[in-house]
Design a protein around this ligand. Structure first.
Ligand code: ADP
Ligand code: GN1
Ligand code: MG
Length: 368
């Protein structure tokens, strides 16, 4: 057993887990936290857990983050149980330590948490069929519907200004000036293109600031890999990665999901000719999402969903470019120019969406 595995076992021992430790594997799909699947053996069956070291460069208030997560998951669990169904596969369940905390901190400062692995579940980085896309729409719509009457003011603001696109533009402009990586000249074309999209990309946030849109409990990181599906039926089970649950706009959740679920390319697609909005997947996501949450939305919110896709695609692409300019400090990268590749393909996708905004909004109206 190497030192790393010893540390993983040490963390496991601090949580009240049932059964005996067998082994672990690394899960590499997320850009932020470090995730392990830990195999436990109990009653002659494998029972697994997800162990995560939280990225405290990104999440500076991890205790407040875990407070949000535990209260939101308890709230959803109570709602599901009230319908007479076991909530086991439909909401995350975090384990506690002997002193009742949802986290443990190691002497090196590492902030760790542990939740039950949802049995017979799968997740997809990129959905390859419309059924999965529609189910992911249902999952995020249902999440918001479950939390529609949760007191939004009780949530901690885990990352201030997370989807404040106006502020994201200010950060981007500062990164261009600071040019910490020395790469600004090399990407001047991309920089100018992102600057040119500022008016349309910040429109949604400016509406929020004007007070015309309600703040709801939103997920704020709605990419497809943050949903678990039943391995056999491919029906949605649970929304995961609840780190950024905060007060927010429904259009941000809708739009950030579209960015991934309804792109014809990968999130870091190098072949830009292969990047566009996939109309069939866009419609499938919209159908699933609206079926769960559509009846709760105000007239003003309904008009912003398609715009949310533009805002979130530009914002996310610009965050990748900002990180490239800063020297790749925020998002995990798996090859040197990955943040730039991500930024380029988000630009292509956003421009396609802008041209097709009316068509996108018409599809929303069709399902409302
Ligand atoms: P990150 O914040 O780094 O994106 P996630 O919480 O999204 O990390 O977890 C990364 C991956 O781990 C998910 O895409 C999923 O495949 C898997 N995973 C996370 N939690 C669970 C769970 N409770 N049950 C099953 N798989 C999970
Ligand atoms: C990050 O944690 P993960 O990989 O699900 C990021 C999101 C971005 C996403 C882009 C806390 O999400 O905001 O949209 O990468 N999370 C945080 O793929 O910044
Ligand atoms: Mg994730």
């Amino acid at each position: 057993m190497d030192n790393w595995e010893l540390q993983i076992r040490e963390v496991c021992n601090r949580f009240q887990l049932q059964g005996e430790y067998r082994h672990y594997e690394v899960i590499n799909s997320g850009h932020i936290n470090t995730t392990y699947k830990v195999y436990y053996f109990r009653d002659n069956e494998i029972k697994d857990y997800i162990l995560q070291r939280v990225n405290t460069y990104v999440f500076k208030q991890p205790v407040e983050m875990m407070d949000n997560i535990s209260s939101v998951t308890e709230y959803i669990r109570a709602k599901i149980k009230a319908t007479g169904i076991s909530a086991k596969r439909y909401v995350l369940h975090y384990s506690t330590t002997a002193d009742g905390k949802y986290y443990t901190i190691l002497p090196d400062g590492g902030f760790w948490r542990c939740c039950r692995f949802i049995d017979d579940s799968v997740s997809f980085l990129k959905p390859n069929n419309v059924k999965i896309v529609e189910e992911s729409g249902k999952a995020f719509g249902e999440f918001e519907a479950y939390l529609a009457d949760y007191p939004v003011e009780n949530l901690n603001i885990v990352i201030p200004h997370f989807h404040n696109t106006v502020m994201r533009y200010e950060t981007f402009k500062k990164a261009i000036v600071d040019n910490l990586s020395g790469r600004a000249n090399e990407v001047d074309g991309e920089i100018q293109e992102y600057l040119g999209l500022e008016e349309i990309a910040t429109r949604l946030y400016r509406m929020q600031r004007a007070g015309t849109l309600p703040l709801r409990v939103t997920h704020n990181d709605t990419k497809t890999s943050n949903v678990l599906f039943d391995r056999d039926t491919l029906e949605h089970l649970s929304v995961i990665d609840l780190d950024t649950v905060m007060p927010g706009l429904v259009a941000c959740d809708f739009g950030d999901a579209i960015r991934v679920a309804a792109s014809t390319g990968e999130e870091d697609e190098k072949n830009l000719a292969a990047v566009a909005l996939d109309a069939e997947k866009y419609e499938a996501f919209t159908k699933g999402f609206v079926s769960q949450v559509g009846s709760l939305l105000t007239e003003a919110e309904k008009k912003t969903l398609a715009l949310g896709a533009v805002a979130m695609t530009v914002e996310c692409g610009m965050r990748f470019l900002t990180d490239y300019l800063d020297g790749d400090k925020y998002f995990k990268i798996h090859y040197p120019d990955q943040n730039l590749v991500r930024a380029r393909c988000h630009l292509v996708l956003a421009k396609d969406m802008i041209q097709r905004l009316d068509e996108m909004q018409a599809i929303v109206e069709k399902y409302l």
